[in-house]
Design a protein around this ligand. Sequence first.
Ligand code: F6P
Length: 344
Amino acid sequence: MNQNRDPLEHLDRFAPLGQPAIVNRIGVLTSGGDAPGMNAAIRAVVRSALQHRMEIVGLRHGYRGLLQQEVQPLDSGSVGNLLQRGGTFLKTARVPEFHQAQVRARAAQSFRELKLDALVCIGGDGTFTGAHLLWLEHRVPVIGIPATIDNDLYGTESTIGFDSAVNTAVQAIDRIRDTADSHERLFIVEVMGRDSGFIALETGLACGAEEIFFSDSAVTVDQAIDHIRRGQKRGKLSSILITAEGRKPGRAYDLADQLQKKAGLEAKVCILGHTQRGGAPSAFDRVLAARMGASAVEALKRGYCDAMMSWTRGRIEAVSLTQVLAHRKKPPEEWVKLAQTLSS
Ligand code: F6P
């Protein structure tokens, strides 16, 4: 890998004829599900913009704030004492009407009325789909910062919030392990991640789960039963199975039903749910947010847009949103195999 390579070289500039555009006023928003580290990312964007003598305003409640012009002026002080807090002080929202072209046209109109030159959009795939369309349809310059606990965005090894969510799940499961062991019980723990298996797999590896279920893994209920039975023969009387909420077919309670029906195994179910979305961001997520936030502003200053900041082999790079949205990221196959080997 060439360390001197310009991480922005392959992106579209947004000024015609290659002239760097002048970005004087940026709007920043957080959209979709919140993720620990979003506040740290906003802080980095705000302070980096101010450093470059740009004006910066927050748009509250994601794209809803853009549509309704819910503007929050921001200065260095307004992002003080936030770095360590979960959630997003700019608030967030899911705005399904943003799928409609006429709603995006209204948003672009609002962008111009607010005299913004660019948007920094912090969120996940839904956020970036909206951002990419704002650029394609209305030439609104956008830069994305990936922040979702699901880690399901192509083009970056980690999204902001993923590491924190995994740590939260690991702490919870370590506690469950104590009670499972004391009572010699079988537990099924359901983690978030929508239809992607990153939280399930990484949490499972970190907790030594006996089996990990998610949509891209081939593990079957029969294999899990075999695994548990083999353990019982060796005197291992408690087990933890982890399942991703979006696993098809069925969620944790369906899995428990199947274990009961097929093998008479009693399982306790624990759904971790939104506990994984809250809490202080990990140190890793804070640093990732700082680096991505600063790079997003740098990218805009240099006249680039329609890109997502990415973390690749320790470097912050930029990947075009076209690339990000055209691919589905899957958990690495070797991790799945490793989890199976280590839990056997
Ligand atoms: O995308 C983040 C996420 O937490 C998913 O893991 C989960 O499926 C979803 O959001 C839940 O969304 P909501 O809080 O809107 O119900």
